[in-house]
Design a protein around this ligand. Sequence first.
Ligand SMILES: NC(=O)c1ccc[n+]([C@@H]2O[C@H](COP(=O)([O-])OP(=O)(O)OC[C@H]3O[C@@H](n4cnc5c(N)ncnc54)[C@H](OP(=O)(O)O)[C@@H]3O)[C@@H](O)[C@H]2O)c1
Length: 264
Amino acid sequence: MKATVFIGGGRITSALAAGLRLSGDKRAIVVYDRNPEKLRAMRRESRIEIARDLASTLFVANMLMIAVRPASVAEVLRETASCGVPMPSLCVSLAAGVPLRKLRRLASSAHWVRAMPSPVCRVGRGLTALSFDPRVTKGERRRVGEFFARVGTVLELPERQFDAFTAAYSSSHGYHAVATLAKAAQAVGLDRATSLIAAAHALSDGILYWRESGNTLSAMLHEAATPGGIAAATMSAMDASGYARVVKNGIQAGVKQARLNARG
Ligand SMILES: NC(=O)c1ccc[n+]([C@@H]2O[C@H](COP(=O)([O-])OP(=O)(O)OC[C@H]3O[C@@H](n4cnc5c(N)ncnc54)[C@H](OP(=O)(O)O)[C@@H]3O)[C@@H](O)[C@H]2O)c1
């Protein structure tokens, strides 16, 4: 039996496994992790197989996913190198910020792909960016693309843009914006439950409408903010208070963290 093997059975592996099952994918998924309780929970939820040890796991892998935190990537790849079983040819790293050159250095026989999915893949509506090492074959590219396409849209990016994409593309931005907007609405008198409903609809309805309409963002802004009205006043006060600067600082901090991950 050949399988997709994950090393690391945390948040993103759990979301991917659930999304794959939701898509009807019944193929074997084997997960290796040092926390048996996480693996048992994932087996109940997504019918994954629990890896007994690293060597037997590598033996069945036709695609190896590295899904540990960036600081653990080197340690995990050293463990795989020392267990006496050759690395599978096709290896995919989900580790934010860890560049292909470092992955190549740690496991030189593998054909490396960087992938950046999000937990939204759990419901089949994710987006995954992919960046390929030149050694990855056409057939391997197709396999990786098809794998992530089962849980959402797939986007190929040159590696030089990968960290910027990673900083910009996080479902946490949506939750953060909802929480911040709802808190501000509460501060001016709206009850907590209605604040959350209003903030969630403001963000998700607006974006859904924009995407479905195919209009430009400036056309959408023009329609939603009547000159002299409340939305226009709110937006202009946000801008004057440094909204763009705050978001830019956040994204720059994300890219800086990605560079630190690359070194670690
Ligand atoms: N979460 C996301 O939204 C997301 C999205 C895209 C990409 N990623 C990337 O995916 C990777 C995993 O993120 P995550 O959020 O899923 O992290 P996580 O929840 O911490 O999962 C990582 C898992 O790997 C285990 N692990 C670490 N070293 C190990 C080892 N040597 N042997 C066996 N198991 C080991 C960890 O165990 P311990 O807890 O005991 O350390 C943990 O269960 C990261 O590199 C991240 O950048 C995450």
